[in-house]
Design a protein around this ligand. Structure first.
Ligand code: PLP
Length: 373
């Protein structure tokens, strides 16, 4: 992300994003306290869940985090530049002909297929000393080695030369604590890891950390919870919000009860209304699916202690908010679209998606401020 994309001057920006690095560090520490003996790592893929990979890594490292997970080797190289002494795992594994690039930045690929194991083994036989992890699939069918393939490799002693420091698996349904899949995956993982009895083991993402100590094992890999997202459905979110998105009010206008608002005339007013027009839209990562219409209500903003519903469609650069009942709104005010008062997960739900998607798709033209630390 080039700094040039980001509005440098707040008075020229339509949206402003505030990332609370103290809340991020606190969230890591509170998960670390929950997990006792287990190592608490941090997943910072997707540009640190939208918060800024470098800033997030620095704050987490300062809080005491010494193991990071990224999706891509390029992300790993960026983390390495910030956190020279930490352990970095690349979840998407080993890319073809890239072993020396991983080694140069001391990135540990999370191997999850037979070809990856073969390629990494050849690299190690030719003198490579970089470590790696092994991912075993226990019912997600995304990445992760098939248990039978792992058993075959194990019998051939093919794991011995890989420099393995971690065996892991990934939960498919941990956001639903009562889902039968969770226990089944944990049981399968315990069976599979018997092939590699001396290796530290890890199965928990954020939700896995929160649903119970059985899932903590030797290392936990939270992502979304660090960034304030709600990892487990149906329970209060114990994490502090990290990201706040606000929009500038451009004007406040009056409209009569006979009028409609925005593209498609999708929403009709049923009373004489005051509308605040605010300068954030879907080009800024605010979801168009959070639009409001005569059929369904959409997102809301928070203004001076009041909730202001969106009226009509979210457009590229603008939204309209009903401020009829809210006193004193004026041009130049800032309204919260998500953050301390409107949870990001609530907006996500209104838009039929999840907080992860909202955070990782935050636009590039906001003015960004990092607070705390
Ligand atoms: C993204 C990811 C995580 C972190 O998941 P959260 O739900 O954000 O905590 C952990 N492990 C793997 C394999 C992942 O892909």
């Amino acid at each position: 992300m080039g700094a040039a994309d980001i509005s440098e001057k707040m008075h020229l920006a339509g949206g402003r994003l505030t990332v609370d690095l103290t809340a991020l560090a606190d969230n890591w520490s509170s998960l670390d306290r929950r997990t006792g003996q287990a190592v608490t790592a941090a997943v910072v893929k997707g540009n640190g869940y939208g918060t800024g990979l470098e800033q997030a890594t620095q704050a987490l490292a300062n809080a005491g985090c010494s193991t990071f997970f990224v999706a891509l080797p390029d992300e790993g190289i960026r983390v390495r530049a910030i956190a020279p002494k930490t352990t970095i795992y690349v979840l998407n594994g080993l890319f073809e002909e890239a072993a020396t690039d991983y080694a140069d930045a001391d990135l540990r690929p999370v191997l999850s297929s037979v070809p990856e194991v073969e390629e990494w083994s050849a690299f190690r036989r030719s003198g490579g000393t970089t470590k790696a992890a092994l991912h075993i699939d226990t019912g997600m069918n995304r990445l992760g080695m098939d248990v039978t393939d792992a058993a075959t490799l194990s019998e051939e002693n093919a794991f011995d030369n890989l420099g393995l420091t971690l065996v892991m698996s990934h939960l498919a349904c941990a956001d639903l604590p009562d889902h039968a899949h969770n226990r089944q995956q944990l049981d399968r993982f315990h069976q599979a890891r018997a092939m590699l009895p001396d290796l530290p083991a890890s199965i928990a993402n954020s939700a896995g950390v929160l649903i119970g100590a059985d899932y903590h094992l030797d290392l936990v890999r939270p992502g979304i919870a660090l960034f304030g997202g709600d990892a487990v459905q149906g329970e209060p979110n114990p994490m502090r919000p990290v990201v706040t998105l606000e929009a500038r009010v451009l004007q406040v206008r009056a409209a009569s009860h006979t009028e409609t608002v925005g593209y498609g005339a999708a929403e009709s007013l049923d009373r004489a209304s005051l509308l605040a027009i605010a300068a954030v839209g879907y080009a800024d990562g605010y979801p168009r699916h959070a639009s409001s219409s005569d059929e369904a209500s959409g997102g809301r903003a928070w203004i001076n202690g009041f909730s202001a519903p969106i009226v009509g469609r979210v457009s590229m650069d603008l939204i309209a908010l009903d401020v009829t009942d809210i006193p004193g709104i004026k041009r130049g005010d800032w309204v919260e679209l998500f953050g301390l008062n409107v949870p990001v997960d609530e907006v996500a739900e209104r838009a039929d998606t999840i907080g992860y998607e909202l955070l990782t798709r935050i636009g590039q033209r906001h003015h960004r401020t990092y607070v705390g630390e």
